[in-house]
Structures are given as structure tokens and as C-alpha cells.
Design a protein around this ligand. Structure first.
Ligand code: SF4
Ligand code: SF4
Length: 143
């Protein structure tokens, strides 16, 4: 029940466009078959070409975008930010309301160390956060 959630009064978040969530570390950005199809179309590639050049297989057979040698997401540009913004994967769209972040006040605080937009700006309702976190597109692991 939403009323029992620790964030029942909602949580604040405002993206400051710092790029921290897209750059500087090797993580996983999961992409579904539908998202791969959309990104391949965007780049005028076949899905097979896109999978070969822009993705890697991770645990459980899931697919992730790859990173540049400096560990930035393959689609992150220091000047432009995300270069595939309209077709970015759901995992990117749902940050920071991932299950692993909203699991507890401590996990939310840990997320804020990486994302300076956590805890400021727009207040999101508990209902929206819960709905988003339940299909966040990430691994679903609870930190
Ligand atoms: S780390 Fe947070 S504030 Fe920075 S770009 Fe990502 S979502 Fe926005
Ligand atoms: S796809 Fe775009 S939003 Fe997602 S991690 Fe890469 S650069 Fe960031």
C-alpha cells in the first residue's frame, strides 16, 4: 500500500543536467528488444548491426548499451548530453525512481551521492514513484 511507504509524502527530484548518470563509470543500461529496434532505426542501422556495435550481453541474457573507453555511455556527449534522448531506454527515463533507489531512505540518500538532482525541485507523488519503480527498466536489484 502506498500509505505504508516511507516516501508516502512524495520525493523531490529535478534534473540539473550534470551528466553524472551517463558518464564516468561502467554500469549497465539495459535495453529491451523494442528499444534496440527504435535506436537502430534512429541510427539507420539494422538491429543486428546495432546489437554488434552498441550493445553487450550481461547476466541473465539481458542486453546493455556499451560504454566509451572513458566509461561514458556510448551515446553521451560532453557538450550535447544524451544524443539519443527521444529514444533513450526506459532505464534512463525512470531514473532516479528505480526500485534500488526508492527501497529505503538510505538507498535514496546513496542515489543522491551520484545524482545532485535528488532531493530538490519538483515533488513527485508516492503513487507515481511506486508505479515508475515497479517497471523501472533496471535490474530491479534492491541495494
Ligand atoms: S545525475 Fe541526476 S541531475 Fe545529473 S544529469 Fe543525471 S538525473 Fe540529472
Ligand atoms: S542512453 Fe542517453 S540517457 Fe541513457 S545513459 Fe546513455 S547518454 Fe545517458
Amino acid at each position: 500500500m502506498v500509505n505504508e511507504l516511507w516516501y508516502k509524502d512524495g520525493l523531490q527530484f529535478e534534473c540539473l543536467r550534470c551528466g553524472n548518470c551517463c558518464s564516468g563509470f561502467s554500469g549497465t543500461v539495459r535495453v529491451s528488444d523494442e528499444e534496440i529496434a527504435a535506436l537502430a532505426r534512429r541510427l539507420a542501422l539494422s538491429e543486428a548491426e546495432f546489437r554488434k556495435d552498441y550493445t553487450r550481453t550481461i547476466g541473465g541474457g539481458a542486453i546493455s548499451l556499451i560504454e566509451k573507453p572513458n566509461n561514458d555511455c556510448i551515446f553521451f556527449d560532453q557538450e550535447q548530453g544524451c544524443t539519443v534522448y527521444a529514444d533513450r531506454p526506459r532505464q534512463c527515463r525512470t531514473w532516479p525512481f528505480w526500485r534500488s533507489n526508492v527501497y529505503s531512505p538510505d538507498s535514496w540518500k546513496r542515489g543522491a551521492k551520484r545524482c545532485p538532482g535528488i532531493g530538490r525541485g519538483r515533488l513527485y507523488t508516492a503513487e507515481l514513484i511506486k508505479e515508475t519503480s515497479e517497471s523501472d527498466g533496471s535490474s530491479g536489484s534492491i541495494a
